[in-house]
Write a protein that binds this ligand. Structure first.
Ligand code: AHG
Length: 279
């Protein structure tokens, strides 16, 4: 039954990709619940996903990063709730960098322990997707069909360091940890888009993506339901790890739909280092 959701996401990916090419990158006067300025295309992508997903008989409701509350379908007995960020990193559109859409599929209620599948779409030079249930499967659209490129697997140690957040607001121990990775030969790879930045680490086989607590954002920036939990699920299925420094991300509770959390995603070696620094 869940496969109809994946089919809908694949279809939506094509439609959003077209929207990105045809819609202006103009900001609207509105902001979303997290206070981010909205682009016209943010709103259009959100509407498209909401309408497509709520039509599915297996979907009970959706919750979008662009909206304050859950929207329920008429299928009150349906099993799945879907939380999504329709266009993550849309502030990068004007620079023509890759951006993405992120989805978490939950059984009955929006809690990390009920997350049963995750997916993301990456709009770049190629249109690609990753869908994770038991394995994180990588797909590419070739103009006619989606090709399954196989499962992604992280090595135990990588070479990429993707450090998020404003450096002048980092804690001393975080700064020291990031510098220690560079001193070990890690290379900086950070675009400011969570989807391409985390996708790159998966594709290259390892590394660290961090978005820590900072003095200006004590609970980090990235949202649990729309960004953090889906990627934590994907990284764990790829043989990697996802922590807030002291706790596994997929064990965190959600008090409010738009809660954010500090987060670290990576392979075994880097996450071990994060835990040593933060615990
Ligand atoms: P937005 O959707 O407002 O462009 O935010 C993008 C998110 C996420 O994709 C990325 O990892 C993070 O914000 C980058 O934030 P910083 O610029 O603060 O590092």
């Amino acid at each position: 039954m869940i496969s109809v959701i994946f089919d809908t996401l694949k279809e939506s990916a094509l439609r959003i990709d077209s929207l990105l090419k045809s819609t202006s990158a103009q900001y609207l006067q509105s902001t979303n619940t997290s206070g981010d300025m909205q682009l016209e295309v943010d709103v259009l992508a959100d509407k498209l996903l909401q309408e497509s997903l709520l039509m599915l008989p297996c979907v009970k409701g959706i919750c979008s990063e662009e909206q304050a509350d859950i929207v329920y379908s008429s299928h009150t007995q349906a099993p799945y709730m879907i939380a999504y960020d329709p266009l993550d990193g849309s502030s990068l559109i004007d620079s023509n960098l890759s951006i993405g859409s992120i989805f978490g599929i939950y059984n009955h209620s929006l809690e990390a322990k009920n997350l049963i599948a995750s997916a993301y779409i990456i709009y770049g030079p190629k249109l690609e997707m990753l869908i994770a249930q038991e394995q994180p499967l990588h797909y590419r659209y070739n103009g006619q069909t989606w090709h399954n490129l196989g499962a992604l697997q992280l090595k135990t140690k990588g070479k990429i360091n993707a450090p998020g957040g404003t450096q002048k607001h980092w804690e001393g121990k975080h700064k020291a940890m990031i510098e220690s990775l560079f001193a070990q030969g890690y290379r900086l790879r950070y675009s400011g888009g969570m989807v391409p930045d985390l996708h790159q680490i998966l594709i290259k086989g390892g590394g660290l993506f961090s978005y820590p607590a900072t003095s200006d954002a004590p609970t980090g920036k990235l949202r649990k339901l729309f960004e953090v939990f889906p990627f934590a699920f994907i990284y764990e299925k790829a043989g990697g790890y996802a922590t807030n420094g002291t706790q596994r991300l997929l064990e965190l509770e959600v008090a409010h739909l738009h809660d954010s959390t500090p987060c670290f995603f990576g392979s075994e070696y880097e996450i071990k280092l994060v835990k040593e620094v933060y615990e």
